[in-house]
Design a binder for this molecule. Structure first.
Ligand code: URA
Length: 316
């Protein structure tokens, strides 16, 4: 039985690696899974048996049934959506990352030239669906602090501005908690487009993480924003920002890197959770962890910190 569950877990991991973020499980599939988990738990209470033996012990003695891997594959098929609906993510082959050269001039003029370049870039434009926008960072060109997220989501690709949906609203509250206004900082993303997740209807219903190639393609645009704004420090929000800035595969988990100072483009980078993680797990404990990271950012940026700010989320 554990082999079946392991095989299912492996298949889900494979889909996740391929960029699939959501999987619809049929009612029958859920029922089959529940039965398997219940049986597996029941068995867990007994003496541990080697996996292969457990499999055959589970089959009726008169008819041993199909080989474990065949049953595993049938269980996976029952649990997953039909193959026709398991549409792979768009993984268009991208050209090498662009070389961005900004004209001399004021910050505003250089940023405007960059904006024009990114928004009209044929590769970026080819990645967005009709009616949706390529997205560049926003905020103060004199910001000390630059937040870096993952990629535009559903709201951002419509409005053409990063972090305007639910995660953005939470980010704005976090910035306010630091005693700043959203307009005081600069907010960008690793990606300038929303990674496509094709669906039957043609309308995107979920997000997928960007591929390494996509990250590499957009990185020069982020470097150029850093060059123009020249922030004193960066805050990487979530694993994709971490991987985009510090390189894929350097850390197994976000937990290994968060709360510590790293370096990108010659400036300190604080790694912390993405606000959408806090939206999914809005516990005082998780809020306190992200807040502790932001306190470090405030200290490094020499922002005033009141006792009340120091104690946020401690007594809840
Ligand atoms: N999540 C991000 O990482 N960036 C956005 O712009 C919005 C949501």
């Amino acid at each position: 039985m554990r082999t079946i569950l392991t095989a299912l877990s492996d298949e889900l991991k494979r889909l996740k690696t391929a960029g699939v973020r959501t999987v619809t499980v049929s009612d029958e599939g859920m029922a089959a899974l529940r039965t398997m988990v219940a049986q597996s738990k029941e068995r867990g209470g007994r003496k541990q048996e080697p996996e292969g033996e457990t499999q055959f012990a589970a089959a009726p003695s008169a008819s041993p049934g199909p080989r474990p891997e065949i049953r595993a594959s049938a269980a996976i098929e029952a649990a997953l959506p039909p193959a026709s609906r398991r549409t792979p993510p768009a993984t268009a082959v991208l050209p090498p990352p662009p070389v961005v050269e900004l004209p001399a001039g004021s910050k505003a003029a250089r940023w405007e030239a960059l904006r024009e370049l990114v928004l009209s870039h044929p590769v970026c434009r080819a990645q967005v669906r009709p009616g949706k926008k390529v997205v560049l960072g926003v905020g103060s060109l004199d910001a000390q602090i630059m937040f870096v997220g993952e990629a535009p989501g559903a709201d951002e690709e419509v409005q053409g501005e990063p972090f305007v949906g639910p995660a953005g609203q939470l980010l704005t509250k976090m910035i306010q908690g630091m005693g700043l206004k959203r307009e005081d900082v600069y907010i960008g993303n690793i990606m300038n487009w929303r990674p496509q997740l094709p669906t039957d209807s043609g309308e995107q219903t979920g997000n997928r993480p960007p591929t390494t190639e996509e990250l590499a393609f957009c990185l020069p645009f982020l470097r150029a924003q850093i060059e123009v704004v020249n922030p004193a420090l960066l805050v990487a929000l979530g694993k994709t920002a971490l991987e985009g800035l510090l390189g894929p595969g350097r850390f197994k988990t976000l937990g290994e890197a968060r709360g510590q100072w790293h370096e990108f483009a010659g400036r300190p980078v604080m790694v912390t959770y993405h606000p959408s993680y806090i939206l999914r797990e809005p516990t005082p404990k998780k809020k306190r962890l992200i807040w502790e990271d932001l306190l470090k950012v405030m200290e490094r940026a020499a922002l005033p910190i009141s006792q009340k700010q120091r104690d946020y989320f401690l007594d809840k």
